[in-house]
Design a protein around this ligand. Structure first.
Ligand SMILES: [Zn+2]
Ligand SMILES: [Zn+2]
Length: 133
């Protein structure tokens, strides 16, 4: 299929050749900081079919956590591009809002509903998990 995306200012661009291995929405408290409060919408791509075609994102990982995710963001405009997670080796987690065409997103599951907020919405017909499936 092939998908492209990037950050708000255009300094960072990426291309994904492979199909996403997973599409979903993450309700965890950590994601709420990044999204503004709503669940984070993500696609997980195999790392070997994914590449940055312009720029390199800055990274951040919390030092106080045992297995923190590494957050990738644009150093110029601050857009959160995605994460690399120790729980998904060989994959990159991309935020759907950075795709050129976010409308292709089809959530397969809601995860980390342990942190669900009363104003969060889960589409009918998809499974939800308190933490990871
Ligand atoms: Zn940017
Ligand atoms: Zn999350």
């Amino acid at each position: 299929m092939g998908m492209e995306g990037g950050c708000y200012c255009g300094d960072i661009r990426y291309a994904a050749d492979a199909e996403p291995a997973f599409q979903g929405q993450c309700h965890c408290r950590e994601c709420q900081y990044i999204t503004g409060g709503h669940p984070n919408l993500i696609m997980v791509f195999p790392e070997d079919g994914f590449r940055f075609t312009k720029g390199e994102p800055q990274t951040f990982a919390r030092s106080d956590l045992e297995q923190p995710v590494t957050r990738l963001f644009c150093g110029n405009c601050g857009t959160a591009i995605g994460t690399r997670s120790p729980f998904r080796p060989g994959s990159i987690v991309v935020k759907v809002g950075t795709l050129d065409n976010p409308s292709v997103f089809t959530p397969q599951a809601a995860i980390f509903t342990v942190d669900l907020q009363p104003f969060h919405h889960i589409p009918d017909g998809i499974p939800s998990f308190e933490r990871r499936p």
